[in-house]
Design a protein around this ligand. Structure first.
Ligand code: BT5
Length: 234
C-alpha cells in the first residue's frame, strides 16, 4: 500500500525536525511538516543548515518500527530522482548529501526514537539564494536550470519518490542498496573520512548491505559507519 501523506504547512519554524519531534508521538506515519523558512535549521552534529525562503525544508514521520541507518538513503534517493524529474543529474555523497557537479544541493538528517518513530528531514535548495558562506560548496535548482520551479511541484515529486523508496526499503532493502551503490559517486575514488576520533584515508570500495562504507586503506579494509567524506587531497 502506498503511504498516505498528510502535509502541515508552516511559514516559519525553528527546525522542521524539531517541530516534527514534538508531534511525532501523537501523529501518524506519513505526516509531513514543510516550512517556508527555518530560523535554526540543523545538519548533523548541530551544524547549521541555511534555510532562507525559496528552498524546500521538510520533515516526514516514518514508523518502520526500528531505527535503521539505511533510512537516510530513502531520503537521498528520493532527492536524486526528484532532481532527475527536473532534468538535473545528481549523485549521493555517502551518507547523507546529494551533490551536483561538485556542489551540495541537498542534505538529509534522520533522527529517531527507538522503535517509536523516525524523522526524515530533507533540505533541498530550490529557488533560494545560496548563502555567501556556501558559494563555493553549494548550489540550487534555480542556479542549475536558470528557472524558478514552483515549490509545490518539487514537493509533489519528492513525496512520490519518498513513498516509493520507503516501500523498497521495507520490502526489498537489497534493491535499495543496489540503487545506492549506483548513485554513490565516491566509489572508486580516494577519500578522507573525518570522524570524531580521527581521520581515515583510502579508496572507497563499496557501500555494504548495512549501509556502511568500505574503505581500502594502507592498513587493510575498514568499515566505516559514520563520518564526513572529503574528496579533497590531504
Ligand atoms: C546535512 O547535514 O546535510 C543535513 C541537512 C538537513 C537539513 C534539513 S532541512 C529540514 C530539516 N530540518 C532541519 O533542521 N534539518 C533538516 P550535514 O551533513 O551535517 O551538513 C551540514 C553542512 O552543510 C553545513 O556545515 C554547511 O557546510 C552545509 N550547508 C548548510 N546549509 C546548506 C545549504 N542550504 N545548502 C548546501 N549546504 C549547506
Amino acid at each position: 500500500m502506498a503511504i498516505k501523506w498528510r502535509i502541515i504547512h508552516l511559514n516559519e519554524v525553528d527546525s522542521t525536525n524539531e517541530y516534527t519531534k514534538r508531534i511525532a508521538g501523537n501523529s501518524p506515519e506519513g505526516t509531513v511538516v514543510v516550512a517556508k523558512r527555518q530560523t535554526s535549521g540543523r545538519g548533523r552534529k548541530g551544524r547549521s543548515w541555511a534555510s532562507p525562503e525559496g528552498g524546500l525544508w521538510l520533515s516526514v514521520i516514518l514508523k518502520p518500527g526500528r531505527i535503521d541507518p539505511r533510512l537516510v538513503f530513502v531520503g537521498a534517493l528520493a532527492v536524486v530522482d526528484t532532481l532527475a524529474d527536473f532534468g538535473i543529474s545528481s549523485g549521493i555523497k555517502w551518507p547523507n548529501d546529494v551533490w551536483v557537479s561538485g556542489r551540495k544541493i541537498a542534505g538529509v538528517l534522520t533522527e529517531g526514537k527507538g522503535s517509536e518513530y523516525v524523522i526524515l528531514g530533507i533540505g533541498l535548495n530550490v529557488n533560494n539564494p545560496v548563502p555567501e558562506w556556501l558559494r563555493e560548496s553549494a548550489t540550487s535548482m534555480f542556479e542549475l536550470t536558470g528557472t524558478e520551479i514552483p515549490l509545490e511541484k518539487v514537493l509533489e515529486r519528492l513525496l512520490f519518490h519518498l513513498g516509493g523508496w520507503y516501500r523498497v526499503f521495507l520490502e526489498r532493502p537489497d534493491l535499495l542498496m543496489v540503487k545506492v551503490r549506483e548513485k554513490t559517486f565516491i566509489l572508486g575514488k580516494t577519500v578522507r573520512v573525518i570522524q570524531d576520533e580521527g581521520e581515515l584515508a583510502g579508496r572507497a570500495l563499496d557501500v555494504l548491505e548495512d549501509g556502511s562504507l568500505l574503505i581500502e586503506t594502507p592498513f587493510g579494509s575498514k568499515r566505516v559507519t559514520y563520518g564526513d567524506v572529503s574528496l579533497r587531497p590531504i
